[in-house]
Design a protein around this ligand. Structure first.
Ligand SMILES: [Mn+2]
Length: 399
């Protein structure tokens, strides 16, 4: 048995057309390589599209590639992720199943308030099931009501697909991300095909083997490019795992530390000597400088890189500060201030929450969500209302 495990393609991600192009190229490569490897089937563990309503060109690309897959006799199984699932519960991924190009494996029924998932059986005998991911961890409710026993009692080679962050696999830099314990997943499966967390990770624990996050097929922003440089996916063959990297462009990373330096010194150091032709160049500048940050001549450097035919140039100066501003800096973060304000105003109303502080924070979080790209005002309004309603129900349930 041989299959490939892809996740977090995010077609339509990146604002710059040139970078968008690399994302689609990476997806095509992941599919082409899977075909070349003669896999029996392909798993896509959510976030194939970056939005619930992706552009027509991305839909066309997916249909074209999946038709190639089907023509080769390779099966495709998928679940929706937090990005390709709309608040009203619709996903463009439905067209894959409608067009008979793949099967969404989250199937089952609700019985006695329990979610009983069914298995989709592949020709190889592999039994596949899974749960979709939803924005704001709304899938947590599904997991809480999931009938694990019936899944665990099933015989045979089993695969569980999920699109959720797991406590045990969460890296330090994503510790703010909401997550669930691994014990939410049924035990004893042969492979856990994950998505959602953009890291490359393989995890084993008692009762759980091959818990995998393949990471994106192409990094989705500056820091992902910085950390991962390139994307990839996994191929599983008769118990053996193989990582497949997808190289679409080389990345040159240049860090400038201007701590304590004058703008003159900073400007004299601001150069990149490496060959940048047809490469993505990442410029990160940090430190507290003497003088104004606006006096640092990034424009000249970037123009020079374009002239030397860099494929794309990205700059990050979020950690670059000016001493002049340092003097009036407030020590607390926005979160600290918010947290203190909440604490100061506790116990003034009559409510049914166990933890008013926690409830307030969750409500603020839910209500401060922004409108998604391409989301209609009405859908946005309904989504916020629905999520707030669900949150209030959960908060009340816990009392
Ligand atoms: Mn994702």
């Amino acid at each position: 048995m041989k299959f490939s495990h892809i996740a977090d393609v995010h077609l339509g991600n990146w604002r710059e057309p040139k970078m968008k192009e690399l994302g689609t190229l990476a997806f095509a490569k992941a599919i082409d390589q899977s075909i070349k490897e003669k896999v029996d089937f392909i798993l896509i563990a959510g976030d194939l599209f970056h939005t619930a309503l992706p552009g027509i060109d991305y839909v066309k690309l997916v249909i074209r590639k999946l038709r190639e897959v089907k023509q080769k006799g390779i099966r495709l199984y998928y679940i929706a992720g937090s990005h390709d699932y709309s608040p009203s519960g619709k996903t463009m991924l439905d067209i894959i199943e409608e067009a008979d190009l793949g099967i969404c494996v989250m199937k089952g029924k609700v019985e006695d308030e329990k979610i009983r998932l069914e298995f989709t059986k592949d020709e190889t005998g592999a039994k596949i099931t899974g749960l979709i991911g939803r924005a704001g961890m709304l899938e947590r409710k599904y997991y809480e009501n999931l009938d694990l026993k019936s899944l665990e009692n099933e015989e045979g080679f089993k695969i569980f697909m999920f699109h959720t962050a797991l406590d045990e696999l969460k890296p330090e830099h994503l510790k703010e991300m909401e997550s669930s314990p691994l014990s939410f997943l049924p035990k004893g499966f042969d492979y856990y095909a994950g998505g959602h967390v953009h890291i490359v990770k393989k995890h084993e624990a008692k009762g759980y083997k091959n818990v995998i996050y393949p990471g994106p097929v192409f990094p989705g922003n500056f820091s992902e490019l910085e950390k991962l440089r390139f994307g990839g996916f996994y191929i599983f063959k008769d118990g053996e795992l193989e990582r497949k990297d997808i190289h679409v462009k080389d990345v040159v990373i240049k860090e400038f530390d201007f701590e304590g330096k004058t703008t003159e010194t900073a400007n004299s150091e601001l150069e990149i000597k490496e060959d940048v032709k047809d490469k993505i160049v990442l410029i990160r500048a940090q430190g507290t400088i003497k003088g104004k940050t606006t006096d640092i001549n990034f424009k000249k450097l970037i123009e020079d890189l374009w002239e030397r035919e860099a494929y794309h140039v990205l700059k990050n100066t979020s950690k670059l500060k000016s001493e002049e501003f340092k003097k009036i800096q407030i020590k607390s973060t926005a979160e600290d201030i918010e947290s203190n304000l909440i604490k100061e105003h506790l116990n003034q109303t009559n409510h049914g929450f166990t933890s008013e502080e926690n409830a307030t924070k969750q409500l603020i979080h839910t209500l401060s969500q922004e409108k998604n790209e391409g989301e209609k005002a009405k859908d946005y309004e309904n989504r916020i209302k629905q999520e707030t309603k669900e949150l209030l129900e959960t908060l009340m349930d816990n009392t």
